[in-house]
Design a binder for this molecule. Structure first.
Ligand code: 5GP
Length: 112
């Protein structure tokens, strides 16, 4: 059974896509913790960081590196929280590896 993120990659369900490469996809989180909350995923359905070959993990984090300042600019954020719930015990709900980029604003309280 494909995960919801695989279905977004395959175009079977809509995603608000903000960036795409041959190996990665970035799209807005459906239940954002803040305006501009973005998820960056490998297109192939690796469940956890350690399931990804190093070159794919590098592609994902290279996109995180590229998109973070653009997202901050787009929503006029003061900072970002970047994180990954890597495994169920860590709170990973969708078993397709993803990195959260969450815009942060002065005075918005604690991190996720
Ligand atoms: P996790 O807890 O696995 O680290 O985060 C999963 C994230 O995926 C959550 O922030 C949740 O809001 C988001 N999410 C779950 N289902 C969908 C969906 O169908 N579309 C999008 N864009 N995001 C989703």
């Amino acid at each position: 059974m494909p995960t919801i993120f695989e279905q977004i990659v395959d175009g079977e369900i809509p995603g608000r896509i903000v960036h795409e490469t041959e190996t990665t996809l970035a799209f807005l989180d459906a239940n954002p913790l803040a305006r501009g909350h973005t998820l960056v995923i490998p297109k192939d359905p690796y469940e956890r960081l350690d399931d990804m070959p190093a070159d794919i993990a590098s592609d994902v984090f290279s996109v995180v590196h590229e998109l973070t300042p653009a997202i901050e600019d787009a929503v006029d954020a003061d900072a970002t929280t970047i994180g990954m719930n890597n495994g169920e015990a860590a709170g990973q709900e969708v078993p397709h590896a993803h990195v959260h980029i969450v815009p942060r604003f002065d005075g918005d309280g604690g991190g996720p």
